[in-house]
Design a protein around this ligand. Structure first.
Ligand code: PLP
Length: 404
């Protein structure tokens, strides 16, 4: 069992905001002191640009940056750290697949398949790539559990499908997709599988070789690291087919007036000065998560999900969005109150220090396909305890009474 009070004391945000009851970790997580200290240490004693200087400070910064890449590779069990590309987040990682891979390989009438529960970051780049290449975007519709049925896969997946891009965990339903099984099916049709891991990586042990996905994208800021650092994992045989869509310093072998020779990947896809501070702080965040234990974090979240689902089910007029049990979801529950706008409820709750999201959570197509208005989303992480959920439930009842 996790010692939540001890964990919470590692996060200065709670000390500096005594009233805060934070239930918005799916949007971004807070940062432990060790991660904040690592950033400060970098700028206080190691700051230099990487892979550019041959003086001591630059070499130390380069070593720390390269070590961060190895740490990420270890964390997700990539075969080689060359398969890890640092980006600024999931959004940039998915754009990189769309513009450096898909744009190069797709032909007119090829198909891209996504689900209706994708975050806009895993929707918009594909819509755009389709416009540019003449490929066709098809959408898998989820059932009330936030799952894609076998029937739906059979209807939409075919030999015309060249790319399937799907969230490992939905940021609205929380539903965890069986990526290993999906990869097997997708590969039978000769397509590649892109996984949006933004909502899964903070909560689940991810092993990209076991999942056998082709690409895996995630953000550091949802897993205790700073904003502005993210990762694209790509199988090396696919990296060979990709062309960089951002060009500049740090990604070349040689440049002449007439011609440029690109560096090998991963540098090939990291044009310009990278987010060194973010990468080394991500390295520290991974250490912190591994010290606590991913299995222990998962167990704790399942407990919290059971507790919250139970509490919400006892309040009349609350409708839970996505009929899925605690084990099948990450640390979040989306819901709405019949007859009251979610923004009103969220506004009422915020007055008592509760921070939770209301709206469409960057997943408008999902709300449209399930004919649902704005929802509230409570999302929790390793620093949350049952008392936070009690506080939410008490104040929800008050809000419902207030709006009548
Ligand atoms: C499922 C999912 N995909 C992609 C993103 C985009 O992540 P970022 O804004 O860090 O690039 C998010 C952010 O909430 C998300 O939840």
């Amino acid at each position: 069992m996790l010692d939540i009070l001890k964990i919470k004391s590692n996060f200065p945000i709670f000390f500096n905001n005594k009233k805060l009851v934070y239930l918005d970790s799916a949007a971004t997580s807070h940062k432990p002191q060790v991660v904040i200290d690592r950033i400060s240490q970098f700028y206080s004693s190691e700051n230099a640009n990487v892979h550019r200087g041959i003086y001591d400070l630059s070499e130390r910064a380069s070593e720390a940056y390269d070590a961060a890449r190895k740490k990420v590779a270890m964390f997700i069990n990539a075969k080689n750290s060359r398969e890890i590309i640092f980006t600024k987040g999931t959004t940039e990682s998915l754009n990189l697949v769309a513009y450096s891979y898909a744009s190069n390989v797709l032909k007119k009438n090829d198909e891209i398949l996504v689900s209706d529960f994708e975050h806009h970051s895993n929707f918009l780049p594909w819509q755009d790539v389709c416009k540019k290449t003449g490929a066709i975007l098809r959408v898998l519709e989820s059932d009330k559990f936030g799952r894609i049925t076998k029937n739906e896969w059979q209807k939409k997946l075919s030999t015309k499908t060249k790319i399937v891009s799907i969230a490992h965990a939905s940021n609205v339903f929380g539903t965890i997709s069986n990526i290993k099984k999906i990869a097997e099916t997708v590969h039978q049709f000769g397509a590649v599988l892109v996984v949006d891991g933004a909502q899964a990586i903070p909560h689940l042990k991810v092993d990209v070789q076991d999942l056998n996905c082709d690409f895996y994208a995630f953000s550091g800021h949802k897993m205790l690291a700073p904003m502005g650092i993210g990762v694209l994992y790509a199988k090396d045989k696919l990296l060979d087919l990709m062309q960089p869509y951002q060009l500049g310093g740090g990604m070349i072998e040689s440049v002449s007036m007439k011609e440029t020779l690109f560096a090998q990947y991963p540098e090939k896809f990291e044009a310009g000065t990278p987010n060194v501070e973010g990468a080394i702080a991500l390295d520290k965040a991974i250490d912190y998560l591994l010290d606590i234990g991913m299995d222990e974090i998962r167990e704790h979240e399942i407990e919290l999900s059971k507790y919250l689902l139970d509490g919400l089910n006892k309040i009349s007029r609350i409708k839970i969005f996505g009929e899925i049990g605690a084990e099948g979801r990450t640390g979040l529950v989306s819901f709405y109150v019949e007859g009251v706008h979610s923004h009103d409820i969220s506004d009422y709750l915020s007055k008592s220090g509760l921070a939770l999201r209301s709206g469409f959570h960057c997943a408008m197509p999902l709300h449209q396909s399930h004919r649902c208005g704005a929802t509230l989303r409570a999302s929790y992480y390793l620093y949350n305890q049952k008392e936070d959920l009690d506080f939410l439930l008490i104040n929800l009842k008050k809000a419902i009474n207030y709006y009548g």
